[in-house]
Structure formats: C-alpha cells, structure tokens
Design a protein around this ligand. Structure first.
Ligand SMILES: *Cc1c(COP(=O)(O)O)cnc(C)c1O
Length: 237
C-alpha cells in the first residue's frame, strides 16, 4: 500500500482544523480526569511531507515523532525547529544514526538495545533519555516488553550511566479495553514510587494515538502521539 501518497490530499486547512479539535478534546479529557497538567501533543510524521510537518509546527506543535531512521534522516534538514523523539522499532545497528539527533527514544524494549544506546551516548558525551516500551496488548508480532517483566527491565536499565529512564510507552492494539490503559497507569505509578535510582526521572507516560487518545489521557498519558488524526492519511487508506 502506497501510504506515502495517500496524504497528499489533506490540505493545510484540514491540518489546522484537526489540530484545534484534537487540542480541544485533549484538554477536555484532561479536565474530566481532574488533571491540571498539560498533555503534550506529538505530531507523528511518518509519510508526511516536511511542508505539512512544518505547518503543524507553526500551529504550535513543538514535538515530532519519528518512526523510521532513514525517512527521518532524509527529512530532518527540512524541518522547522522542534523537539524530535524516536518512537519506532529500533534495531541496535541503527542507534548510531539517531543518537545525537533526538531527545527521547520511546521504544526501548530490551537490555541489548538499552546498552547500545548507553554505549553510543557515552561516545557523544551525552545522557540519552529513554522510555521502556510495554507490549500491553500481548501481541506476538509487536515490539515491547511484557507487562510482567517491565519493572525488572526498568531496574536493569536504570543502572546504565549514559541513559536516563523517563517512563513508559505503549501502543495498545486498536479497540483494546480500558483495562490495558489502566494497567499502564498502574505500572507507571509503581515505577514512580520506586524512583530512588540515580539514572531515572520518571515523568513521562507516552500512550494514546488518533483513535484512543482521550482514553489514554484519562489514564494519565503525558504525551499523546497523533498521526492520521492530524495529517489525515487514514481517510485515504
Ligand atoms: C503511526 C504511529 C502513531 C500514530 O498513529 P495514528 O493512529 O495515525 O495517530 C503513534 N505511535 C506510533 C509508534 C506510530 O507508529
């Protein structure tokens, strides 16, 4: 499927309208949940032309999410200034290409990957912020560590000197129940309660996409990752 061609019809007016709607719904979901903190909206840029990404940045979105290393490297020079996070599946041999170009890696699901990030961060003299990705839907083909192994992996990761654990991320399967979101929130709170480690500062729960961000906010998401709801490619699939 030529996904990359399918968003060409979404105009800038649509993107503005989509953004305003998502911001309004996100604020309402936060208020309904009794939250006073601001939920960050990330624009997920896969397959989206840089001009459209930059238009979104111009609307006030200051956070971009990148899935694919090569696509990111091809597009990044054309981006307006914004914070960039890596959110896609990451092979250890690709870490070196992004280590100095993103400020948070959401998709860390093994000690092997964490150690490679640690090693490359050390080479650059930086400490890399990361999230542990949880496979909350227990989907076989998907990335992420099993929920019941998550805290163990977090503890291991926190021993590394050049990574700093900031929290958790997940991609709940479409149509999954509120239980999965509640479980993520529970794990996040447990992680926070254990936060007596040097290399952890737990403040980020990355969950919620176009189809489920209001539920995610209800259960404590601090970053929602929005692609199709903003740029509209879903309409043309
Ligand atoms: C594509 C993607 C999103 C955005 O999904 P939409 O449903 O299009 O909003 C969020 N997170 C990750 C990891 C993605 O790959």
């Amino acid at each position: 499927m030529e996904r990359s061609l399918n968003n060409t019809q979404t105009g800038l007016d649509d993107i503005r309208e989509n953004y305003l709607k998502i911001r309004e719904l996100a604020d309402k979901a936060a208020a309904d949940a009794g939250r006073s903190d601001k939920v960050r909206i990330m624009a997920v840029t896969k397959t989206v032309a840089p001009e459209k990404v930059n238009f979104a940045v111009g609307l006030g979105i200051d956070l971009l999410g990148e899935n694919r290393v090569q696509e990111f490297l091809d597009k990044r020079d054309k981006y307006a200034p914004a914070e960039v996070h890596f959110i896609g599946g990451l092979q250890t041999n690709k870490v070196k290409y992004i280590i100095d170009k993103v400020s948070l890696i959401h998709s860390v699901d093994s000690m092997r990957l964490a150690e490679e990030i640690d090693r490359r961060a050390a080479q650059h003299g930086i400490v890399m912020d990361i999230l542990t990705e949880i496979n909350i839907g227990e989907e076989e083909s998907k990335g992420g560590v099993a929920a019941d192994r998550a805290l163990e992996l977090c503890a291991e990761i926190s021993k590394l000197q050049n990574v700093r654990l900031r929290g958790l991320m997940s991609i709940p399967p479409p149509g999954c129940t509120e239980e999965s979101f509640a479980r993520m929130q529970e794990l996040f709170e447990m992680l926070k309660a254990q936060e007596n480690r040097e290399n952890a500062h737990i403040d980020t729960l990355s969950m919620g996409m176009s189809g489920d961000f209001e539920t995610a906010i209800k259960f404590g998401a601090t970053i929602i990752r929005i692609g199709s709801g903003l740029f509209g490619y879903r309409k043309y699939l």
